[in-house]
Design a protein around this ligand. Sequence first.
Ligand code: AMP
Length: 438
Amino acid sequence: MSFESLGLAPALLRALAEQGYAEPTPVQAAAIPIVLEGADLLAAAQTGTGKTAAFALPLLQHLSQGPAATTRRPRALVLTPTRELAAQVHDNLRAYGKHLRIGSTTIFGGVSMGPQMQALRRGVDVIIATPGRLIDHMQQRSVDLSGIEVLVLDEADRMLDMGFLPALKRILAALPRQRQTLLFSATFAPLIKALAMQFMHEPREVSVTPPNSVATTVTHHVHPVDAASKRDLLLHVLAQDSRRQTLVFSRTKHGADKLVRYLEAAGMRAAAIHGNKSQNARTRALADFKSGRITVLVATDIAARGIDIDQLPIVINFDLPMVAEDYVHRIGRTGRAGADGMAVSLVSHEESGLLRDIRKLLKQDIAISDVAGFEPSHPLRLDAGAPRPAQGQRQPRPSGRPQGSHRPHNTSHGHGGNERPAEGNRKRQRRRRPAAKA
Ligand code: AMP
């Protein structure tokens, strides 16, 4: 399968070659022909599958072939849940469209409206917006959506999670009925289906990952630990390979800030990214992380959505998310586009229930092992009410791991003392890649 065979224009093929993309990812191969045909599309694809290019490429092709924009009205609207995702989609559109003359702009909150108004007045073909700020512009009549031919809802499930349904409905009501609608979502949750039924026209469906699954190239590790020792265990895990870029998840903004202070006091270069930070601070933290100026980025769930970091070798859950689905979103930051990744969770006794939910959802192995010196005083309760199973023999530490020596628990997946099947380890050692894309 090649990009040529999907029917993309030479100007796009040239840009893809310059990006170093050799062949389409599965969601691109499935979605691009459908979008080029002009059909509505409902796609289940997570971040990391190449979903952005799956809509951006045919969108650019459509815009480049259409009539010259004489009215300066925008012809396409991409809605995203977060500012970071909007900025990332914009970057991708610019990279793929660099040999075309397509104007685009982002519209999101946290920055002043003036420059956005000026860009809209000058005229653009594509708007990439978060719903709240777009509504502000609609109210100020600084945006005209009557010429929209293509609407993309990116990470629609997350937009609904964040309470954007009323905003979405208002925006949809302002768009021409005659249009193409493309909806991307990590899962086809019932609410997503309902949205599609209401606002789409006979959508074709593409699904590249089974609902609620994570990349099979990701291995999952849990280290049981007392809550009070978590910060030191985190330092210990990070110290195993301090050159690597590591994304650490914290459940709360306050917790993220506290953790960064702790890491900095221990001599690590870290920054936090969460909703209380200004847009500038978030952009700077992300840029510093990508450039390697900081090695640890501590993020909350919502802030981490949509940040574009390629092939992170490791993601650490300092605490588990309250909702199991968020674990899937978090882990989407590692093992992307076929690279191997590792998810390490530091889990206290109190979080046993959350871990049980995640195991139920994942349907994938999670290796559970103590780290020497950090053994918890209370065991995890993995099978509601059941005592912790007998422990196996201490295993030598497989190379390429960030942890200390392990004493594996029974994972109830039949691996006994082995954390991972041997094949997983071999593959990981062979294919270790550099950390983040600059
Ligand atoms: P996305 O799922 O859109 O966030 O894309 C994940 C990452 O994969 C992005 O950094 C893209 O630049 C990259 N990517 C997308 N399509 C391809 C492709 N066909 N080949 C290689 N990398 C790709």
